[in-house]
Design a protein around this ligand. Structure first.
Ligand code: FES
Ligand SMILES: [Fe+2]
Length: 422
């Protein structure tokens, strides 16, 4: 558990908050690159309680500016992207991606007033299908890390995001939690529970690393279910090594590594690395950005169908009871693991995960928790966040804000196991 004050420290992320200052020392995703094309309609975004407008100028550069025009505060989201910047629709002031005011058409011809105006602007760049922004102090801006899954050219990649109606940290913690799969995500609970309750321990290995934490969990009981697609990843079978990996990277990231065994061809195993960021929209909402990467070597060159199309996304929430069917579905919650309307299991997992993360409240009150031995990962994550808060307060760069690329020029947030290093 945390004290109420500690909890507030790690969950509040608006400008000037301790954790907000930490998160702003890292590049954070703020949109998909495909959402803005040169000259297309600007997009209003909210990031860490700041209202901003995102656009791509006619030279293709992404720009992230304060939403409200410096003149008389009209929303630039209703402006027009043209002439090397974005033009406010009220009186035509024109700003470039750096926040310089290029034109004030109604001012006298020789006026230098426009040179005195500097509009709020954050640097942003495209990488791996996402637009990343740096919202911290300019003199501390680090290089954008060349994350492996975002820059490697030898695989297929899918970038996406979805919105979540609760604080970023409880959703990140839910993704990292190594225990819950056996319960929350267990299908056929009534048949499986004797076995699960008799052997509840999932063995978890944890190591603190340069990026945050490395985590390996032994095969959980779900994988042992006869007929489960995950059964083929049992030790001794011809697919997988019986472990699941899910690492934390500073300050709001999760790297999930998953092996999938083809139903039709059990000899075909693919390893997918999904790197996610839980970026606060404000203190009670966040967006999970993700980039899934699968090396071609493992798919024989075929692009992978990731089945996570945002267009098909239906937000799980209390308004649809998180898809629950208490009488008809044999999971503890009654929320199905798979949806019959969509391929794959992600949708059901997402509904289940969102239910447990959201029902903790808009900001989980960690002073009321009772953490057990199985929760030591969360304790280690929170310690690292608190350390980062102290470091920034003391004028230091927080952990992993300036990661060193390896010999191949990549920044990796996974380990050296055979499966992970593919
Ligand atoms: S309010 Fe934007 S130009 Fe006047
Ligand atoms: Fe989950």
């Amino acid at each position: 558990m945390l004290t109420a004050v500690q909890n507030e420290t790690v969950t509040k992320t608006g400008p000037g908050t301790p954790m907000g200052d930490v998160l702003r020392r890292y590049w954070q995703p703020v949109a998909l690159s495909e959402e803005i094309t040169p000259g297309s309609k600007p997009v209003q975004v909210r990031v860490m309680s700041e209202d901003l407008v995102l656009f791509r100028d006619d030279a293709g550069r992404p720009g992230l500016l304060g939403l409200h025009c410096s003149h008389r505060l009209a929303s630039l989201a209703y402006g027009r992207v043209e002439d090397g910047g974005i033009r406010c629709s009220f009186h035509g002031w024109l700003y470039d991606v750096d926040g310089r005011c290029l034109q004030q058409p109604a001012e006298p011809e020789r006026s230098t007033f426009k040179d005195k105006v500097r509009h709020q602007a954050y640097p942003c760049r495209d990488l791996g299908g996402l637009v990343f922004a740096y919202m911290g102090p300019p003199e501390r801006e680090p290089p954008l890390p060349p994350f492996e899954g975002l820059v490697r050219g030898d695989g297929s990649r899918k970038a996406d995001y979805h919105p979540i109606n609760s604080n970023y940290l409880q959703n990140l913690e839910g993704a990292l939690d190594p225990i819950h799969s056996t319960y929350l995500h267990m299908d056929g609970w009534s048949q499986m529970k004797e076995r699960v309750l008799a052997q509840p321990q999932v063995e978890v290995s944890l190591e603190e690393t340069s990026w945050g934490l490395w985590r390996r969990s032994s095969r959980d009981a779900a994988a042992a279910r006869p007929g489960s697609p995950r059964a083929a990843s049992e030790p001794g079978s011809n697919g997988g090594n019986g472990f699941s990996y899910g690492h934390f990277f500073m300050p709001d990231g999760f790297m999930g590594i998953r092996q999938t065994v083809s139903r039709d061809n059990p000899g075909q195993v693919t390893t997918q690395k999904t790197q996610s960021w839980y970026v606060p929209i404000d203190d009670e909402h966040c967006r999970r950005y993700l980039v899934a990467f699968t090396p071609h070597a493992l798919t024989e060159g075929a692009p992978l169908d990731y089945g996570i199309a945002r267009a098909a996304y239906i937000a799980p929430g209390p308004e649809n009871d998180y898809g629950r069917d208490y009488e008809g579905v044999d999971t503890i919650s009654g929320i199905p693991l798979r949806s019959s309307t969509e391929k794959g299991s992600l949708k059901g997992l997402l509904f289940q995960d969102t239910m447990v993360n959201e029902t903790q409240g808009p900001i989980a009150d960690r002073s009321r928790e009772h953490l057990g031995v199985g929760d030591r990962l969360l304790i280690m994550v929170r310690r690292q966040l608190q350390q980062a808060v102290d470091d920034v307060r003391n004028g230091l760069d927080p952990k992993f804000s300036h990661p060193e690329p390896d010999d191949e020029g990549l920044v990796r947030v996974s380990g050296n196991d055979e499966m992970e290093s593919t």
